[in-house]
Ligand binder design. Structure first.
Ligand SMILES: Nc1nc2c(c(=O)[nH]1)N[C@H]1C(S)=C(S)[C@@H](COP(=O)(O)O)O[C@H]1N2
Ligand SMILES: [Mo]
Length: 257
């Protein structure tokens, strides 16, 4: 049996802070009256915290939308589900903050992927050089916060492998991604280096279609669709947090699945 006290103090504080942030006023008053302990919190939430397996459901309940706790819960060795060719969604839906006729048109000859920030090698990458790196692919599900999901095959370079190759400082907090259509988002370093996260160059075995992010999309199957930036023009390794396009509209930054 694991007592709540076995949770490290720093994490305990994080959980309690996260919980306080999520609580409405009457709940917060009750929680404060019972004392700010993890035991009181589990009682209040109606969760059984008699063993370690209770911690996750508790955390999910109190702070499904809290970045700090989601980051702490993220298990880099846990894989997003993969599917078979028969599961693939055709046609694959399009989504962007604009309509399809506004999809940016990018010249593959002059295109360069910029690499900036806390990296040793800031040489920009042309498409041929990216295509010459070891490639991998997976059939995964894309889930859009707007209420649809679809299954597709994305192929490309492992983002973690790429970050190692350019000598990225893996202790940095964020991998900031900027796009040709002025969209942006950022990933926590653990998600960026997750084995399924790709610098995607292909979809369904073919060059990415313009509407699906030509020439480069970051495919992150462990996160919601809006954390999968298309038409990527720059990757920056940084400790500076920049809220992305949808994060500025109030979407949760971590947005893990
Ligand atoms: N550059 C860019 N990337 C983007 C977006 C966008 O508007 N611009 N929209 C995001 C959202 S909300 C979704 S659901 C997916 C949609 O990708 P798809 O058109 O390939 O289905 O792209 C994501 N990446
Ligand atoms: Mo989305």
């Amino acid at each position: 049996m694991t007592h709540p006290r076995s949770v490290p103090p720093r994490t305990r504080d994080l959980i309690i802070r996260a919980a306080l942030k999520e609580m409405d006023h009457p709940t917060r008053r009750r929680f404060l009256k019972q004392g700010l302990s993890l035991g009181a919190l589990s009682l209040l939430m109606g969760c059984d915290l008699t063993d370690e397996s209770g911690v996750e459901p508790l955390l999910r309940r109190i702070s499904a939308f809290n970045d700090g706790v989601q980051g702490w819960l993220f298990d880099p060795s846990r894989l997003a589900p993969t599917f078979t060719a028969a599961d693939i969604t055709r046609p694959f839906p399009f989504n962007a903050f604009y309509t399809q006729d506004k999809v940016p048109s990018i010249d593959p000859q002059t295109y360069r992927l910029e690499v900036r920030g806390l990296v040793e090698d800031t040489r920009p990458w042309c498409l041929a050089d990216l295509a010459a790196l070891p490639q991998k692919s997976a059939i995964t599900r894309h889930i859009c916060i707007e209420g649809w999901s679809a299954i597709g095959t994305w192929g490309g370079v492992g983002l973690g492998d790429f970050l190692n190759r350019v000598g990225a400082d893996r202790r940095a907090r964020y991998v900031q991604v900027d796009c040709a259509d002025r969209y942006s988002t950022s990933l926590d370093m653990a998600s960026a280096c997750h084995p399924q996260t790709l610098i995607a160059l292909t979809m369904a075995g073919e060059t990415l279609a313009p509407r699906h992010g030509f020439p480069v999309k970051i495919r992150v199957p462990t996160k919601l669709g809006f954390k999968n930036p298309k038409h990527v023009v720059a990757i920056t390794v940084t400790n500076d947090f920049v809220p992305g396009f949808w994060e500025r509209q109030g979407y949760n930054w971590f947005s893990g699945l």
